[in-house]
Design a protein around this ligand. Sequence first.
Ligand SMILES: *[C@@H]1O[C@H](CO)[C@@H](O)[C@H](O)[C@H]1NC(C)=O
Ligand SMILES: *[C@@H]1O[C@H](CO)[C@@H](O)[C@H](O)[C@H]1NC(C)=O
Ligand SMILES: *[C@@H]1O[C@H](CO)[C@@H](O)[C@H](O)[C@H]1NC(C)=O
Ligand SMILES: *[C@@H]1O[C@H](CO)[C@@H](O)[C@H](O)[C@H]1NC(C)=O
Length: 291
Amino acid sequence: MAYPPAHLAVLLLPVFLLLVVVLSSSMVDCDDNINQDFDITWGNDHAQILNNGELLKLSLDQSSGSGFQSKNQYLFGLFEMQLKLAPGNSAGTDTSFYLSSQGSAHDEVDFEFLGNLSGDPYILHTNVFSQGRGGREQQFYLWFDPTADFHTYSILWSPNYIVLSVDGTPIREFKNLEAMGVPYPNNQSMRIIGSIWNADFWATRGGRVKINWTQAPFIAYYRKFHAKACIWSSAMSSCNSNSSSWFTQELDPKSQERLKWVQNNYMIYNYCADVNKFPQGLPAECSAATT
Ligand SMILES: *[C@@H]1O[C@H](CO)[C@@H](O)[C@H](O)[C@H]1NC(C)=O
Ligand SMILES: *[C@@H]1O[C@H](CO)[C@@H](O)[C@H](O)[C@H]1NC(C)=O
Ligand SMILES: *[C@@H]1O[C@H](CO)[C@@H](O)[C@H](O)[C@H]1NC(C)=O
Ligand SMILES: *[C@@H]1O[C@H](CO)[C@@H](O)[C@H](O)[C@H]1NC(C)=O
């Protein structure tokens, strides 16, 4: 519900089923050519692929935002992208990098970067939807300036859990708690989507700070996409074994410690601590050790 332009772009797209028959039985390990991996889906000339597919530039001005999505659909994977966000006064903008399926009972895993006035911090907003139910927001400040340089944002999506990481540091974990009756994203393929859009009705200080269009265009860069993933095509997965390490990997003690460090020092909102939002009681997953 919070992402109309990105979703609109998805809905408007005709869906071309890939006619690729995946003969390989191994996981696909693909690297670094934006032309090969993504289509521009929104904003026409506001999105550009540069340097022979090395760099993707999205811009937002008063006439339009822009976006892209992966050619492939995936069912599980480890997805990494480097982003450099719009600098200066970026208040009201939302720059996203996320996974989403289609349809009403959709699954989605989000990174969204909410801009701010010059000198004030971006918020990294995250959410997980399973079978149409979201409302699982966690928000963070970053421990660096995300506009000064590229940083790596990754989504690990395995049958057992989802982990969002920033420069290799896990910031959020969402476990498969189907055994407790919590739906988990594992039966719908998803695409990778990125966008920059006007979200000034909610993004900055809860919507109180609007976009200052004299600062436009707002430009975000994406590069170095890397996926170790199972491609989903014609109802078949390119993976036929769970042998890859990311598939079964658990957070080691050091990563658990890093995750705690982020949650203790940089997490500014956690739905699991928001009793006002859930007057009839917190969601079931909130009582599990980590979410
Ligand atoms: C699979 O996903 C759909 C949503 O498209 C959901 O309605 C259904 O219950 C799911 N099936 C299983 C077995 O989890
Ligand atoms: C913007 O800056 C204000 C003041 O520091 C802060 O409260 C807020 O969390 C920041 N980020 C956003 C996206 O509103
Ligand atoms: C927008 O930015 C311009 C240039 O920095 C500034 O002069 C103007 O006051 C800003 N507008 C608002 C509404 O803050
Ligand atoms: C991989 O493991 C998951 C459980 O962790 C299982 O549900 C799935 O069927 C397995 N996939 C294959 C192709 O063996």
